[in-house]
Ligand binder design. Structure first.
Ligand code: SAM
Length: 309
């Protein structure tokens, strides 16, 4: 058995034991198992496993748990998206990474899967902060970060309220989509809706820019119709003032089971006096991951754009 399968079987078996004792759901069982490992209540024999094997094995167990007890906010960013975001972070941060580690913020960190995928890709070159409102998800993120030995500081709070975070070099986030219920908080945002409730994903973009350094890059997974909604005019206006759109990347067909959940990658740079807007916004579509030739052509297109930007 591969290491990843061995780790998954281990977590799976212990989580099922918790579930069968009727004390918890399978997902809570995963959390309790990880905590038992960290508290050294059970023996962890995978000390030589790679960070990616550990992350992926935990991811599989969490996915199984989420399928069993479907809660609407329990969504995890899948690997395909995490790896693509990681690739873009590597490309955009190439120069800056030569000067030392970069700081990353994920204001909707969930299970930490997206952020830890990116951190594992740039292993040793990042230190991060994650914010999450859901207690179970943030505990899963904390345990996964500890087991993969990634420097991740976590805060259990509403990310749209004041945060204790210094401005960062990079934001990566799979944004929660929908209306934000706390209107007392929303009024402090430029992107607060003029009428009715504000879009959480718009406020998250503004908040992320607020907590970024000048010239920082921001990588968001956003709904495909971000620039077509009835509140998009204000978003356009806000972005024009505060950020430069670097790229809008469409994702491969068939990646999302449900058309209404389809997302794209939006890459922004916070405006600064020492940088300038790209000559052209990169508009590209990622081909099917199984089409090696088309994928190579896509990466080549990104490289050419980057060399000329
Ligand atoms: N990237 C995450 C992962 O890999 O697990 C998944 C992110 S999921 C699409 C969006 C997350 O935003 C959910 O975990 C949800 O609980 C969280 N969220 C929603 N509103 C929030 C808020 N106001 N502050 C902080 N987190 C919030």
């Amino acid at each position: 058995m591969e290491k990843l399968e061995q780790i998954f079987s281990f977590i799976n078996e212990k989580s099922e034991q918790y579930e069968q004792k009727n004390e918890s759901t399978y997902l809570e069982g995963v959390l309790l198992t990880l905590e038992d490992v960290l508290d050294e209540k059970i023996d962890w024999t995978f000390k030589d496993a790679s960070k990616e094997d550990i992350r992926k094995a935990i991811q599989l167990a969490i996915l199984k748990g989420m399928r069993k007890s479907s809660q609407p906010n329990h969504q995890m960013t899948p690997d395909t998206l995490g790896l693509l975001v990681g690739y873009f972070v590597e490309q955009f941060m190439e120069e800056k990474l030569k000067d030392g580690p970069v700081s990353i913020l994920d204001p909707a960190v969930g299970t930490g899967n997206l952020l830890l995928t990116v951190m594992n890709m740039l292993d040793g070159k990042t230190f991060s902060t994650g914010i999450e409102v859901d207690e179970m998800l943030i505990r899963l993120a904390a345990d996964t970060a500890e087991l993969t030995q990634q420097p991740l500081m976590l805060y259990h709070q509403d990310a749209l309220q004041k945060m204790l975070v210094d401005p960062v070099d990079v934001v990566v986030s799979d944004l929660p989509v929908g209306y934000y219920p706390n209107e007392d908080v929303a009024v402090d945002y430029e992107l607060c809706a003029l009428e009715g409730m504000s879009y959480a994903h718009h406020l998250f973009i503004e908040q992320s820019i607020n907590y970024s350094k000048e010239g920082a890059f921001l990588f968001f997974l956003v709904p495909v119709n971000l620039f077509e909604s009835e509140q998009s005019k204000e978003l356009h206006k806000y972005l024009k003032k505060n950020a430069w759109i670097q790229a809008v990347i469409q994702l491969p067909d068939g990646l999302f089971a449900n058309k209404t959940l389809e997302k794209s990658i939006l890459i922004l740079q916070k405006q600064s006096k020492v940088h300038r807007a790209p000559r052209e916004v990169l508009l590209a579509k990622v081909p099917s991951m199984s089409n090696k030739q088309a994928l190579a052509a896509f990466f080549e297109k990104v490289r050419i754009w980057k060399d000329n930007k």
